[in-house]
Design a protein around this ligand. Structure first.
Ligand code: SF4
Ligand code: SF4
Length: 268
């Protein structure tokens, strides 16, 4: 696979998206007056997967152990800058007002932190001319060419692992206990800005006093609710005695359900 890329500075990647943030980036975003939501998903985790399962290992390092009724699960939490339409930092001339401090994800785009996401053009906001073959080399033999971007991706992956205990504390502090089934959707939590900032600061303070920040905090037992919009998934969750609800009930739980898949019976 071979791709060339030159940013056209069209600003499309700064509109209509959620921007995943590290804990410190989230605090900075909130202090600038922006909104940050928590996107939670979960997988059932009855036993440790076999060594060599790279996808499971990736999931494991980016999640914390929890329980949904009798079932062991692992919960992932994404802190995401959320804005309808244009990013609040996108200026009229399509430049970024916080360019020097912009989030890692913004620096990495259109590459991705997720090693399982294909390095194609399909899911990217960039216009066709950005991928013109006369532009600088972007991907050669299926690998990103730019070493600086590799370093940023490594930094983002390391941070994502390191921040798991802080995210678990954050959920405990904010009483967050609803997650969507992974690969189907996300449960979107929108805590008030001041409450989220205070909880993030407290989580960071707790991390700073820990000798090894990667040691997880103990999970509270049995209390995560799993959402799914798919009848087949809900049947399986009932059979394994997990605590699951239809995603249509998300509003009653005070969360939004963000669906990543077409509903049952939909085309495609
Ligand atoms: S922070 Fe800057 S680079 Fe990132 S989405 Fe907003 S305007 Fe774009
Ligand atoms: S969408 Fe692509 S081409 Fe447009 S500003 Fe973002 S990275 Fe550059």
């Amino acid at each position: 696979m071979q791709l060339n890329f030159a940013c056209t500075q069209c600003g499309r990647c700064c509109q209509g998206h959620r921007v995943p943030l590290s804990v410190h980036e989230a605090m900075a975003w909130l202090r600038r007056g922006g909104d940050v939501h928590l996107l939670c998903d979960a997988v059932v985790w009855p036993a440790e997967p076999p060594a060599g399962d790279a996808l499971a290992a990736y999931r494991r390092e980016r999640s914390f152990a929890a329980a949904s009724a009798a079932m062991a699960v692992r919960v992932g939490v994404i802190l995401a800058a959320s804005f309808p339409g244009r990013c609040p930092n996108l200026m009229d001339d399509q430049r970024c007002a916080i360019y020097a401090e912009r989030p890692l994800v913004c620096r990495i785009y259109p590459a991705s932190i997720n090693p399982f996401e294909p390095l194609g053009t399909e899911s990217k906001a960039c216009p066709p001319e950005a991928w013109d073959a006369r532009g600088p080399a972007f991907v050669r033999a299926g690998r990103l060419v730019d070493e600086a971007t590799h370093a940023l991706i490594d930094q983002a992956r390391h941070l994502a692992m390191q921040e798991i205990p802080a995210k678990q504390r954050l959920c405990d502090a904010l009483g967050i206990r609803v997650a969507a089934m992974a690969n189907e959707g996300f449960a979107v939590h929108r805590p008030p800005r001041a409450a989220l900032l205070a909880a993030l600061e407290a989580s960071c303070a707790a991390m700073a006093t820990q000798a090894d920040p990667v040691v997880p905090v103990p999970a509270l037992p049995g209390d995560w609710c799993l959402l799914s919009a798919r009848a087949a998934t809900l049947e399986i969750l009932a059979e394994i005695d997990a605590y699951a609800l239809d995603a249509c009930q998300a509003g009653q739980l005070g969360v939004e359900y963000l669906d990543l898949q077409p509903p049952d019976g939909a085309a495609g």
